[in-house]
Design a protein around this ligand. Structure first.
Ligand SMILES: *[C@@H]1O[C@H](CO)[C@@H](O)[C@H](O)[C@H]1NC(C)=O
Ligand SMILES: *[C@@H]1O[C@H](CO)[C@@H](O)[C@H](O)[C@H]1NC(C)=O
Ligand SMILES: *[C@@H]1O[C@H](CO)[C@@H](O)[C@H](O)[C@H]1NC(C)=O
Ligand SMILES: *[C@@H]1O[C@H](CO)[C@@H](O)[C@H](O)[C@H]1NC(C)=O
Ligand SMILES: *[C@@H]1O[C@H](CO)[C@@H](O)[C@H](O)[C@H]1NC(C)=O
Ligand SMILES: *[C@@H]1O[C@H](CO)[C@@H](O)[C@H](O)[C@H]1NC(C)=O
Ligand SMILES: *[C@@H]1O[C@H](CO)[C@@H](O)[C@H](O)[C@H]1NC(C)=O
Length: 273
């Protein structure tokens, strides 16, 4: 190993600082991906607009962790071990348009009410691959999303999140009037009713992804009108979800007489029954 790098690494370990000297800077982009960081570095230039902190060892976002980086437009925190977001975690990020928290350990029912409040301009939010609950029993509690936390992001276009066995999206989701692309990535849905998505009814979702809902075949209730709030959808991905024909036809009811660009029912393997 190069002697200076060895020295630097040793220094970083000894000083226990989040050693931003290891990040790669090019113009307004700081690449701190895969640096073994356990906290957000505080010694990067404050004018950067793009900060990549993916694949590190961050477990918690401390208050004001990004206050110094008020010019950020893109922040990538994917594939860390984040389970705690302080209420002031994103303070100062009023220019931010894209935030990825994919592949962490967040609980979508436990966001502090004001945590996303500073993100007045956010357009894309990736919270997928965080919450995978054990296969549900009928006793499992309904999962109540932190709708108040989401209600601040009125400019959101793209949301990627996980879907619990039995989900309750509260009235805060009514505020997401600009939502266009909605993906449920980990999909454990077994209880979809016409109430489930009803608070998305003010959004203008045109691309809906409900793929890999493998547990849905367990569902007993087959409400009509489950997808009614998504009547503007023109692209629907239901691939690898176990919907019976009866379910599928009911699901597609809101789209009769509509022009669809894509409906994907593809199965990688045969459904179990
Ligand atoms: C960022 O740094 C990581 C680790 O060195 C590297 O694998 C990746 O290609 C870099 N990404 C960009 C966009 O420069
Ligand atoms: C990640 O952090 C944990 C706890 O802070 C520590 O035990 C572990 O060694 C760290 N792993 C790496 C790869 O730095
Ligand atoms: C299914 O969801 C509805 C609300 O949408 C709820 O009232 C009901 O308790 C849920 N059933 C189960 C078995 O979780
Ligand atoms: C939504 O998704 C579609 C298909 O994946 C893509 O073409 C489109 O650009 C996305 N919309 C936005 C606002 O990014
Ligand atoms: C839907 O989501 C799955 C899983 O995240 C992904 O593989 C697939 O490409 C997505 N479909 C579309 C049309 O973007
Ligand atoms: C659905 O699309 C139509 C036509 O583009 C539009 O008039 C209507 O407002 C849209 N619905 C929502 C909830 O945005
Ligand atoms: C809803 O989205 C469609 C397709 O992107 C667009 O043509 C329409 O104007 C939008 N409607 C509203 C009310 O935003």
């Amino acid at each position: 190993m190069d002697y200076t790098i060895l020295l630097l690494v040793t220094f970083c370990i000894i000083s226990k600082l989040a050693c931003a000297d290891l990040c790669e800077l090019s113009a307004l982009f700081a690449n701190c991906s895969k640096r073994g960081l356990s906290e957000v570095p505080q010694n990067l230039p404050d004018y950067i607009t793009n900060l990549k902190l993916s694949d590190n060892n961050i477990t918690k976002i401390e208050p004001k962790a990004f206050k110094r980086y008020g010019k950020l437009v893109v922040l990538d925190l994917a594939h860390n071990k984040i389970s705690i977001l302080d209420s002031d975690a994103f303070m100062g990020l009023c220019e931010l348009k894209v935030l990825s928290l994919t592949g962490n350990r967040l609980d979508h029912t436990k966001y502090p009410n004001n945590v996303f409040r500073p993100l007045k301009n956010i357009q894309e939010l990736y919270l997928n691959r965080n919450m995978r609950r054990t296969p549900p029993s009928k006793q499992e509690q309904t999962c109540k999303y932190s709708d108040k936390a989401f209600s601040w992001m009125v400019n959101l276009n793209i949301l990627s999140i996980d879907l619990c066995g039995s989900s309750d999206f509260g009235i805060g989701f009514l505020k997401l009037i600009h939502l266009q692309n909605l993906t449920f990535d980990y999909c454990l849905a077994y209880n979809l009713t016409k109430k489930t998505f009803s608070n998305f009814r003010n959004s203008n979702v045109t691309v809906l992804n409900l793929s890999r809902c493998e547990l849905y075949e367990m569902s007993e209730s087959i409400d009509a009108g489950i997808l009614d709030p998504f009547s503007n959808v023109t692209s629907l991905d239901l691939s690898n979800s176990y919907f019976s024909l009866k379910h599928a036809l009911k699901l597609l009811l809101p789209f009769r007489n509509k022009k669809m660009d894509m409906i994907n029912f593809h199965h990688d393997r045969m459904a179990k029954r």
